[in-house]
Design a protein around this ligand. Structure first.
Ligand code: PEP
Ligand code: MN
Length: 259
């Protein structure tokens, strides 16, 4: 790892893709859009940590395989969430990066196991903030990952549970400059989960770029109305194309490009 602070770099890494990996056609359409836009990653969940046990739980290994195939076909790196220590080895065989979700920020045994499993290959790990965690708690938890020997960790602010219910979660945009001040780790902002609704996503994404994020996470789906999870917050491909163009113009003002 270089000790040049990450936020002095001139790129913003876009982590876009559907909430859940659902089928080959869905992944193909999203991946084609990302490749056409010269982006480098695709995201998607195969093991979904759903609030209700009756909601779609994800395709599991079949989903990982679908994502690995479109990633190869479209020259995209692949990112997916790991929710259980017993899935780590299998997941690592399919994807380029692992995500730890908000509900597992304090699952320290999972963090230790992911840190160990990535200690030699240094696969990127996207580490989301717990929805009720302070920045101190989040940074302390991140050390469970780095102490295994993988420095390739990116933090991800994704909104907090507060009294406010006009949005799904309250996006703590101040986390971006605070993390830049307190940590050498890069900071991603997931703008889809705090928004909860498509129409709020563009403003949150622009705010994240303006605040100096190193990466953005945005959910996109070819047909959000039919999505098996998080339909109301997922952009269509046309909406994503349009927003990306606006974000690129804003990033350019800051001397950055979106990759
Ligand atoms: C996700 O990104 O797929 C996800 C479940 O997010 P979070 O952990 O932030 O709810
Ligand atoms: Mn989601």
């Amino acid at each position: 790892m270089s000790y040049v602070p990450y936020h002095q770099k001139d790129t913003i890494t876009m982590l876009a893709g559907p909430c859940s990996i659902e089928d080959a056609e869905q992944m193909e359409q999203v991946a084609a859009c990302l490749e056409k836009n010269k982006l480098s990653w695709i995201r998607g969940g195969a093991f979904k940590p759903r609030t209700s046990p009756y909601s779609f739980q994800g395709l599991g290994e079949e989903g990982l395989s679908l994502m690995a195939q479109v990633g190869k076909r479209h020259n995209l790196k692949t990112l997916t969430e790991v929710v259980d220590t017993q899935h780590i080895d299998m997941t690592i065989n399919y994807v380029d990066g692992l995500q730890i979700g908000t509900r597992n920020m304090a699952n320290f045994e999972l963090l230790k196991a992911v840190g160990l499993a990535t200690s030699e290959n240094h696969k990127p790990v996207l580490f989301k903030r717990g929805m009720a965690a302070t920045i101190d708690e989040w940074l302390a938890a991140a050390e469970y990952l780095t102490m295994g020997g993988n420095p390739n960790i990116m933090l991800c602010e994704r909104g907090l549970r507060t009294f406010e219910n006009a949005t799904r979660f309250t996006l703590d945009i101040a986390a971006v400059p605070v993390i830049h001040k307190r940590s050498l780790l890069p900071i991603c902002v997931d703008v889809s989960h705090p928004a909860g609704q498509v129409d709020l996503v563009p403003a949150l994404a622009k705010a994240a770029v303006a605040a100096g994020c190193d990466s953005l996470m945005i959910e996109v789906h070819p047909n959000p109305a039919q999505a098996k999870s998080d339909g109301p917050q997922q952009l269509t491909i046309a909406q994503f194309d349009e927003l990306l163009e606006e974000l690129r113009a804003l990033a350019a003002v800051l001397g950055k490009s979106i990759v």
